[in-house]
Design a protein around this ligand. Structure first.
Ligand code: CU
Length: 229
């Protein structure tokens, strides 16, 4: 048996079903100028509109070979966060008919083309939550920690976003900024931060209409040193 060439990248949390046919990096892995790990988004194409509104969208973290420790955390950061900026309309979800029947006893009103006659109910969300209801504990770090943020947008015509941190800056493509360009749907960005300002800070989309309709959250930097393993 001939040994298969080792790729220079590997995936975690989702390995490719078919090995890379040639030596070299997997096509979805970090490029030469990228951080050691990057975000790749998955989402359903079966019925994209209904499936994404049912929540079938999420992150895959892909790193260079050797980038990860045994627990799947990259060696060169202390903490990782994933944030999805998305406009979702659960009335369009595949689960809506069953949920209506189960929880309200109601049935769907549809037109002669089978389309559901509900008014659009798009919610502007960060990780599915809106108007600051994303728990701050889910975006909490300690002073001095090296933190990697993975950010991406959902798939509607309104999914153009500019995530913005108060109280911190990040490095993206070796440039320092406090704003991320998610200018087209499903854009994916990886950003590195060093937590240097203790407190609870705003983290929100800077598109004014999105911010006013709820695309806001908080993150927290605790005034205590990183825990040692
Ligand atoms: Cu936005």
């Amino acid at each position: 048996m001939t040994a298969r060439p080792e790729p220079t990248n590997r995936t975690i949390r989702c390995r490719p079903a078919v090995p890379s046919p040639t030596p070299g990096p997997y096509p979805s892995g970090p490029g030469p100028g990228d951080p050691s790990t990057i975000l790749w988004a998955y989402h359903s194409h079966t019925h994209e509109w209904r499936d994404v509104n049912a929540g079938l969208i999420g992150p895959i973290i892909i790193g260079r070979r050797g980038a990860f420790g045994p627990d799947g955390t990259p060696h060169d950061v202390d903490r990782e966060f994933v944030t999805l900026f998305g406009v979702f309309d659960e009335n369009e979800s595949r689960y809506t008919p069953d949920n209506l029947r189960t929880y309200t006893g109601d049935t769907l009103r549809t037109n002669d083309r089978g389309q559901i006659l509900f008014p659009p109910a798009g919610m502007t969300t960060i990780n599915g939550l809106t108007f600051g209801t994303l728990p701050v504990e889910s975006l909490t770090m300690r002073l001095g920690e090296r933190v990697r943020w993975y950010l991406f947008g959902a798939t509607t015509a309104n999914d153009f976003h500019s995530p913005h941190w108060h109280g911190g800056t990040v490095l993206i493509d070796q440039k320092r900024t406090d704003l991320v360009n998610l200018a087209v749907p499903l854009m994916m960005v990886t950003a590195d931060m060093v937590a240097d300002a203790p407190g609870i800070w705003m983290f929100h989309c800077h598109v004014a209409e999105h911010m006013a309709s709820g695309m806001t959250s908080r993150f927290q930097i605790l005034d205590e040193a990183p825990s040692t393993p």
